[in-house]
Design a binder for this molecule. Sequence first.
Ligand code: MTE
Length: 319
Amino acid sequence: MLIKKPADIRPSEITSQSNYCNRRDFLRAGAIAGGSLLGANALGAVVPDARRAKLADVRASEFSTDETPNSYEDITTYNNYYEFGTGKADPFENAQDFEPRPWTITVDGHAEKKGTFDFDDFIKPFDLEERIYRMRCVEAWSMVIPWVGISLAEVVKHFKPTSKAKYVAFETLNDRSRMPGLRRRSLDWPYREGLTIAEATNPLAILAVGLYGEVLPNQNGAPIRLVVPWKYGFKGIKGIVRMRFTERQPDCSWNMAQPREYGFYANVNPDVDHPRWSQARERRIGAGLFASKQPTLMFNGYGEQVAHLYKDLDLRRNY
Ligand code: MTE
């Protein structure tokens, strides 16, 4: 992953507080939008395929942070999605023509229920929830993002993994004709990630299908991506086409590329530095060039919900 140099910092990052969306206004706007669309699910797709279409019947989550979300612009123009290029602006610039339909998700491996599902059929059994999460990138920057998603725990339960299943592995679409970045071997494609079953069934983990109450933009992983807020951002695999229940720890892209730098667990941990930089502090995107960095919290502040998963694990060795 590339570290941003001061010269790369966009003027739009030097924004004032007034550019921020006030959380109360945001919730009110969401309620109005939600109200005007009640019943839209009955009319067709749960997640419409039109860009920036509002999602209906989204309920609020008890797991949301009270922190002010980053602006829509910050969240959708400063991205990592190597299938569309390795620069932070590349996904926004190169993913606009990407068509995330038709889209299928294959579920296989050690599960009772398997198959290839159309995206809409895949998400239909689950409730949409808004989850405003703190997100921390391994490159020591952070954002607060109002995701809309479905509970990964519910998805895992739905497919009934057998007792052999110890992990869930995910894969991104690998289609050179639609993703220009795949022509370069910046990673060993397809992008891969994985979680233990215990992590995947933790109530905080979601599969996101929306942002700011709207359909997920292409550059953020449309139509469906993983969000695990207590882990570094690279675990949040985008454009998922496959979910496989495995007995062995699955291959993960950044761990395969640079195993000394990126581990399987990738839990946010201010006490374990990346070999090339400190993880003790983070820069909040949008806070302005001169804002001081803020301390990074263990498990990104989600310790109460997840620390028990790692009580017998040496987090220095299992980074
Ligand atoms: N998923 C795929 N398929 N390809 C990628 O390059 N980058 C990861 C993750 N998911 C990546 C991916 C990294 S490094 C980060 S920090 C997050 O996506 C960024 O998510 P965001 O752009 O929505 O903030």
